[in-house]
Design a protein around this ligand. Sequence first.
Ligand SMILES: [Mg+2]
Ligand SMILES: [Zn+2]
Length: 187
Amino acid sequence: MTRAVFLDRDGTVIEESGYLDRLDRLAIYPYAVDAVRLLNRAGFKVIVISNQSGIARGLVRESFVAEAHAHISAYLNAGGASLDGFYYCPHHPDGTIAALRHRCECRKPGAGMLITAAAEHDLDLGRSFVVGDRWDDVGAARAAGAKGVLVRSGYGREAEASPRPQVSADLIVDDLAGAAAWILAQP
Ligand SMILES: [Mg+2]
Ligand SMILES: [Zn+2]
């Protein structure tokens, strides 16, 4: 079984910009290339897990999510880095699209996306990590038995300033570069 580093997308790999619906608003953090490449080289699977409730709300087309992911992959590939998978949750209980308007197992802090990815990639979740800018990312790590890192990019500074008593991070660090360095130093 392989270890994985699960990356939240918005605010962690790319800049947080609300409901991203156009490629010209997509800005990848420059350090993401080195961070992902170092994790690739260390033998981790690197997998994006993203809550995309904008789909259920009718604000984001599912085809655009695929387009954005292709763009992110191409950008990383050009720098010698690669992602092993993309998983997203299109649901939300307050959605406007009936088929997607429900509580689901996949929306973080649920562990559904991690469990699905673990089955498809033969992952050892107990030796894996989640990196994200919201407590729900750390919560998903906890729910899956993985370690959770909160980054201060995106909404991370606000999250750090509003701790949740029931969710604690294994590390709080400035950004994905710092998270990757810490993960690589773990036994
Ligand atoms: Mg985020
Ligand atoms: Zn879902």
